[in-house]
Design a protein around this ligand. Structure first.
Ligand code: BES
Ligand code: MN
Ligand code: ZN
Length: 494
């Protein structure tokens, strides 16, 4: 797919399909010549009320412009478009174009007020890239690929070109990162194993000149990662601890660390999950996928910051040698853990990964994990649960969530909840009972992140969709890329 920014008049655009976002019923003056070429049909259509007044309404038709029927798509927009509305508009345009028969399209941005050209090219490009994604790996007859191949954005003035280009680059990078994360998520557990994830990470790293390192079980043993290994041991698939180091910033600048839960299949272990819907536990590596997707976007954009990725990955399976409820294990931090439920395995692999992450002397650590069903009860499939031991970091992440539309909502980490994790037989229990299940999981992690500034995103409700639209979403890649881009911009200002 080819995208371009075009500083031309709409009547001169050469494309199979012309997309014209317009507010209200009146023909914008910038379209007067195009309307003339179309014998006044655009203004007549607008006046007729055929295009519904509700924003997002579309009207597709062909008009005799030049010597051929020209496809025109009118899209109703608000007089003043805000960020959220621009993303909705982007989705509408993407659905029309990707689902349509046009090979080339021109999207006129001159009729949209309230958001700048960069925000528009970012949103529309990201939507088109995401809308074009198909899962084809195991389909003998895959859904046909979209015909759409060329998209030109028509901007109104010269001063819009640079911002539109920057937005386009961001939209492409986020779209590619999102789709990469979705593909890894959608792959079944027998294809996307810990070894596969490690291979993909190394491939990505090679392609972009990022440093990659993969630790094996024996290495973890030496590091004292008894908690991570206790989850992995019931599976015939060997665990991996993947680290990526992206160095785009100053040598002396401390990195941001992203830590992603990479359970490539979560059966629950000996505390076996019920059968219904268990297939969806192939998505339990959504945190890992988001780290890799974010790295892809980061590298594509070449952001001038340092970022470290840490991915503990293994399967959680029942077996004769699997961990049992009541087992006590020793984490890398030295804290002992009573495993009261082997299905609370995410925190068991994350705690060792979080302890390990300290060696990178990170400025900030953010972990991403499909951690608890309880988070879905709390926030549904709309927002990721955000926890942080630092208010400034929480605010920055909330701002990035808001800006990207990849919603998050802050949850409490109060020490009052730590009571629920008391164990009679070890330093801490791995479950805190039914009340506030997402909070107590975060509180468990908080015991391992005291030495640095840390946030945790529980993405159990947001990493994938169930039902007819079953599939990975690629969240929270948009949030993370936005956050990193904001960090990079702030650094540049200082
Ligand atoms: N991967 C699951 C969390 C999950 C469940 C995500 C359903 C999305 C949908 C996690 O490993 C898990 O099993 N958590 C348990 C914790 C409980 C045993 C304290 C849960 O949420 O039930
Ligand atoms: Mn589990
Ligand atoms: Zn899990």
């Amino acid at each position: 797919m080819e995208f371009s920014i075009n500083l031309t008049s709409p009547e001169k655009a050469q494309a199979d399909c012309l997309v014209l976002p317009i507010a209200g019923k009146k023909l914008p003056t910038a379209l007067a010549k195009l309307d003339e070429a179309g014998q006044g049909w655009i203004s007549a259509l607008l006046a007729s009320g055929e295009l519904a007044e509700k924003s997002g309404s579309t009207l597709a038709t062909h008009l005799p412009i030049g010597n051929k029927p020209q496809k025109i798509v009118l899209v109703q927009v608000d007089k003043d478009v805000n960020a959220a509305a621009s993303r909705k508009l982007a989705d509408t345009i993407a659905k029309v174009l990707v689902g349509g028969k046009s090979i080339s399209a021109a999207v006129w941005l001159g009729g949209i007020r309230g958001v700048d050209a960069g925000a528009l090219t970012h949103a529309i490009t990201q939507s088109i890239v995401a809308e074009s994604y198909r899962f084809t790996a195991f389909k003998s007859e895959p859904d046909p690929a979209p015909l759409l191949a060329q998209i030109a954005y028509i901007v109104a003035k010269k001063s819009d070109v640079d911002t539109a280009e920057a937005g386009l680059a961001r939209g492409l990078a986020v779209g590619h990162g999102v789709n990469f994360a979705r593909e890894l998520g959608n792959l079944p557990g027998n294809a996307c194993t810990p070894t596969y994830l490690a291979d993909e990470a190394v491939k990505l790293a090679r392609h972009y000149g990022i440093k990659a390192d993969v630790l094996e079980a024996a290495d973890m043993e030496k590091l004292g990662m008894g908690s991570l290994l206790s989850v992995a041991k019931g599976s015939v698939q060997p665990p991996k601890l993947i680290t990526l180091e992206y160095r785009g910033g100053a040598k002396s600048a401390k990195p941001i660390a992203l830590v992603g839960k990479g359970i490539t299949f979560d059966s629950g272990g000996i505390s076996l999950k019920p059968g219904e819907g268990m297939d969806e536990m192939k998505y339990d590596m959504g945190g890992a996928a988001a780290v890799l997707g974010t790295f892809r976007a980061l590298a594509e954009l070449g952001l001038p910051i340092n970022v470290v990725g840490v991915i503990p990955t293994c399967e959680n399976m029942p077996a004769g040698n699997a961990s049992k409820p009541g087992d006590v294990v020793k984490s890398m931090s030295g804290q002992t853990i009573e495993i009261l439920n082997t299905d609370a395995e995410g925190r068991l692999i994350l705690c060792d990964a979080l302890t390990y992450t300290a060696k990178f002397e990170p400025e900030v650590v953010i972990d991403l994990a499909t951690l608890t069903g309880a988070c879905i009860i709390a926030l549904g499939h709309v927002a990721s649960g955000l926890y942080a031991n630092n208010d400034a970091l929480a605010d920055e992440l909330l701002a990035a969530a808001d800006e990207s539309g990849d919603k998050a909502w802050r949850m409490p980490l109060w020490d009052d909840y730590q009571e629920q994790l008391k164990s009679n037989f070890a330093d801490v229990a791995n479950i805190g009972g039914r009340p506030a299940g997402s909070v107590t999981a975060a509180c468990f992690l908080a015991r391992f992140t005291k030495d640095y500034t840390w946030a945790h995103l529980d993405i159990a409700g947001t990493a994938w969709k169930s039902g007819a639209a079953k599939g990975a979403t690629g969240r929270p890649v948009p949030l993370l890329v936005e956050y990193l881009a904001q960090r990079a911009a702030k650094k540049a200002k200082k």
